[in-house]
Design a protein around this ligand. Structure first.
Ligand code: KG4
Ligand code: ZN
Length: 339
């Protein structure tokens, strides 16, 4: 079964052609990073306009790279939500138009289900397993069963981890997306240099909170002044930008690793996957791998390119939905949803 996946929930216009949910025939992503970078975050109206410009060339390119014609597609899969509604509507409208014109089935995919699906891309993950979904909009732990069930174990009470990365990177003026900028700066720096707070709640809690950390980081800069660093000449502070980045990153990673392990223990499971944009973080990947090396659980990390937003995960999730539930009704009346 050949599915064209389309993803436009945030700032990447993506299309991919995937056979039987696994075999990637093409994956095309048009990034809008340079457009949003001057603002230090995604500007929704600009994102929608950019999706409009990119969507048709991106779909055409995905089909061409796959060597597949529209007629050869068996179905289309598209992200319906959550995300920016104006952005989602571009992908959704394109997918509906194609499905209608070609007389092909349309499959609506939840963006988070897409991220979770990325855990299967490298193959071999047995069910059930614990999935840490950690992105710009979400931070949550799920127990995933292959029959399609994902049970929420705990989520963030406030900011998502990616949001915390992005906001602090914006405060420091070090670039967008903030997670990538902090990851790069932190490499080789001292994660113990500054003791930032970790929100843990009650002993058994699998919930997260990053707003206190964000405030603590902002207060630190206010009290100590800007950092001294080669990357920020003129900084008067008694600490470096690199150490600040490493310490801030460590505070996030510590909690993500700790709660993922705790979730596995509580559920009596020994397989953990981490997915979503923040799962591309090199320190998180290393720390999870170190924990897994202790032998308490097996770790599944999608390749970095399938952690951040892409359409392979959407086409692949669409295939699973189709195998589980068959054709969906009323697909041409679908609406996007933000949450
Ligand atoms: O999954 P994603 O592409 O989009 C959403 O669904 O939100 O995740 C984007 C988020 C951004 O907050 C970005 O800063 C973060 O993922 N991110 C990272 C890294 N790469 C992307 N965070 C930490 N380290 C990274 N290497
Ligand atoms: Zn995402």
């Amino acid at each position: 079964m050949i599915i064209l996946g389309i993803e436009t929930s945030c700032d990447e216009t993506a299309a991919a052609v995937v056979r039987d949910g696994k075999e990637i025939l093409s994956s095309v992503i048009a990034s809008q990073v340079s457009i949003h970078a001057p603002y230090g975050g995604v500007v929704p109206e600009l994102a929608s306009r950019q999706h409009l410009e990119y969507i048709i060339p991106v779909i055409e390119s995905a089909l061409e790279k796959a060597g597949v014609s529209c007629e050869e597609l068996d179905a289309l899969g598209v992200t319906q939500g959550p995300g920016l509604v104006g952005a989602l509507l571009v992908g959704l409208s394109a997918a509906k138009a194609m499905a209608y014109a070609l007389g092909k089935p349309l499959i609506a995919v939840n963006h988070l289900e897409g991220h979770i699906q990325a855990a299967f891309i490298s193959g071999g993950i047995p069910d059930p397993f614990i999935c840490l979904v950690v992105s710009g909009g979400h931070t949550a732990l799920y127990r995933v069963d292959l029959d399609g069930g994902a049970r929420l174990l705990g989520a963030t009470r406030d900011d998502a981890a990616g949001e915390a990365f992005d906001k602090i990177a914006k405060l420091l003026g070090i670039g967008y997306p903030g997670g990538i900028a902090i990851d790069k700066l932190a490499s080789g720096a001292n994660p113990e240099a500054i003791q930032f707070p970790r929100s843990r709640f009650e002993k058994e809690s699998l919930e997260f909170s990053f707003s206190g950390l964000k405030t603590a980081a902002a207060n630190f800069v206010r009290v100590h002044g800007p950092p001294a660093s080669d990357s920020a000449p003129g900084g008067a502070g008694s600490y470096t930008l690199e150490d600040f980045a490493a310490s801030f990153q460590e505070a996030i990673v510590d909690v993500l690793v700790e709660k993922s392990v705790k979730a596995a223990q509580q559920c009596g499971l020994s397989d953990i996957a981490a997915v979503g944009g923040v799962a591309a973080n090199s320190r998180l990947r290393k720390r999870l791998a170190q924990e897994a090396a202790s032998g308490n659980f097996r770790l599944y990390l999608p390749p970095v390119e399938f952690c951040t937003d892409n359409a392979v995960m959407i086409a692949s999730a669409a295939y699973q939905i189709w195998m589980r539930s068959g054709p969906q009704q009323g697909m041409l009346e679908l609406d996007a949803y933000s949450r």
